[in-house]
Design a protein around this ligand. Structure first.
Ligand code: B12
Ligand code: SF4
Ligand code: SF4
Length: 378
């Protein structure tokens, strides 16, 4: 095994490349991973078939010759208020949707990959000889939170996320899997950070779709993040009303977490909410009044009116592109069905027109979602 000094050097190097924290862990089958077959057998993964890859249950099989994983953590806790903040502006005649904090700016996969690749480069400069080192952000056949826990970066909370006593949970994880035999960050007799959830159960009680079947266990099929991003078909009826104004992801089980209350704010430009200038063309007296648009509380009517070309342009290099135009419009329909629009208002007339057009679409999912929204606002 390589000396501890090499591990300390890697951690320093990761921090100098902009990671908030970094830890090294041996590739082993940690206890949490043994529950994976049962979790899958219960059907909790829904359509996320890739989660059944058996390598995900045992890091020793994730890459030929693997010995260690380097885990990098990057904070995305931008300054804007939380989705649960009672002071958020509410305008029934001009309703806004909620896009998850992680998706306001540039795609985190790209931001983290760039930093991880730079770290791999420095490993190649420092460590001579042949070794393999591959960087992954979500894409590797590993469970990043479990590796991060045993790399000493935090504990797995009742909301299933990794929490850190200082940083809370609004951060991303990325890993480098390597054949280098690195000394782990935690010593042989050291345990990972303790679980500080205690008797708290705020996340469990606040989840609008009751996605937690018990503390630490999620039925992902019920999570708004899954429903708005991963699910391709129609959103099951029972979840539509609980979805509220969510159009992409959900932050509620993190927003209510006491460990996020005093978490440090980041100013990384790539994670700040994207903004768009108001459209200049084809405005009439009855058009949506032009204003600067933002991915922080975007106007639902603006989202609903985006063409496929607008979508491609606005969401290039953004996490939102994952749900595709069709997914975002489907989600905006559901959110508008929940928005309490008052009949007889100009906004109601305009939105009804767009929904009626969508209800006549050849696309079954869009047509059905728009019809549902119309049935709720008429
Ligand atoms: C699939 C996935 C999702 C799915 C499933 C979520 C989940 N909790 O697993 C969906 C789409 C819902 C999702 C949502 C989100 N995600 Co996500 N997601 C992933 C991904 C790609 C894989 C995670 C995975 O393997 N899940 C599978 C299950 C099996 O894992 P599990 O919940 O830990 O299940 C274990 C426990 O239940 C345990 N267990 C303990 N007790 C018991 C008891 C019983 C009876 C059983 C059966 C099991 C059990 O055993 C299970 C197996 O080990 C990771 C990236 C990666 N490659 O790791 C990002 C990741 C976890 N996601 C992330 C983020 C940011 C989010 C969102 C915040 C995005 C958003 N705002 O919308 C939400 C958060 C929702 C939440 N509370 O988790 C971050 C988390 C960072 C952090 N602080 O932890 C990650 C690490 C991505 C990244 N690169 O940064 N995500
Ligand atoms: S992200 Fe939202 S829907 Fe998903 S588990 Fe957390 S609170 Fe529930
Ligand atoms: S809200 Fe409470 S129970 Fe949930 S993760 Fe945070 S501390 Fe743990």
């Amino acid at each position: 095994m390589m000396p501890l000094a090499d591990t300390l050097w890697i951690v320093d190097q990761a921090k100098s490349l902009g990671f908030d924290l970094c830890g090294v862990v041996r590739a082993e089958q940690f206890p949490e991973l043994k529950r994976m077959p049962e979790w899958l057998a219960r059907g909790y993964a829904g359509e996320m078939k890739y989660l059944a890859d058996p390598r995900r249950s045992d890091p020793q099989t994730a890459m030929p010759g693997i010995r260690s994983a380097v885990v990098g953590l990057l904070n995305y806790n931008t300054a804007q208020p939380l989705s649960t903040d009672p002071a958020l502006p509410v305008d029934d005649s001009n309703p806004s949707g909620w896009i998850s904090r992680y998706a306001w700016g540039d795609d985190y996969h790209d931001v983290l990959r760039e930093r991880l690749d730079a770290l791999v480069e420095s490993l190649r400069e420092r460590f001579k000889g042949t070794f393999e080192a591959r960087s992954y952000v979500d894409t590797g056949p590993v469970q990043e939170r479990v590796l991060a826990k045993y790399a000493g970066l935090g504990w797995l909370g009742k909301n299933t996320l990794l929490l850190n006593q200082i940083l809370g949970s609004f951060f991303f994880l990325g890993v480098i899997l390597t054949t280098l035999d690195l000394e782990p960050t935690l010593g042989a007799n050291e345990l990972p950070p303790p679980d500080l959830c205690g008797s708290c159960r705020r996340c469990l009680d606040a989840c609008p779709t009751q996605a937690f079947v018990e503390p630490y266990v999620m039925d992902a099929r019920k999570c708004i993040s899954y429903l708005t991003i991963e699910l391709r078909g129609s959103i099951p009826e029972e979840f539509r009303e609980p979805m509220g104004n969510h159009v992409f992801g959900c932050d509620i089980c993190q927003d209510v977490c006491p460990w996020n209350r005093r978490a440090p704010i980041v100013t990384i430009p790539q994670f700040q909410p994207r903004g768009f200038p108001p459209p200049k063309e084809n405005l009439t007296e009855t058009s949506l009044p032009p204003q600067d648009e933002s991915l922080y509380l975007p106007r639902l009517e603006w989202l609903l009116g985006l063409s496929e070309a607008d979508f491609r342009e606005n969401f290039r290099g953004s996490p939102v592109k994952r749900t595709k135009w069709r997914g975002l419009i489907r989600n905006a329909c559901i959110a508008l069905g929940n928005a309490g629009l008052r009949p007889g208002t100009v906004a109601h007339d305009r939105i009804s027109d767009i929904l009626e057009r969508l209800a006549a679409s050849q696309d079954q999912v869009l047509a059905e979602s728009a019809s549902w929204a119309l049935s709720r606002i008429q």
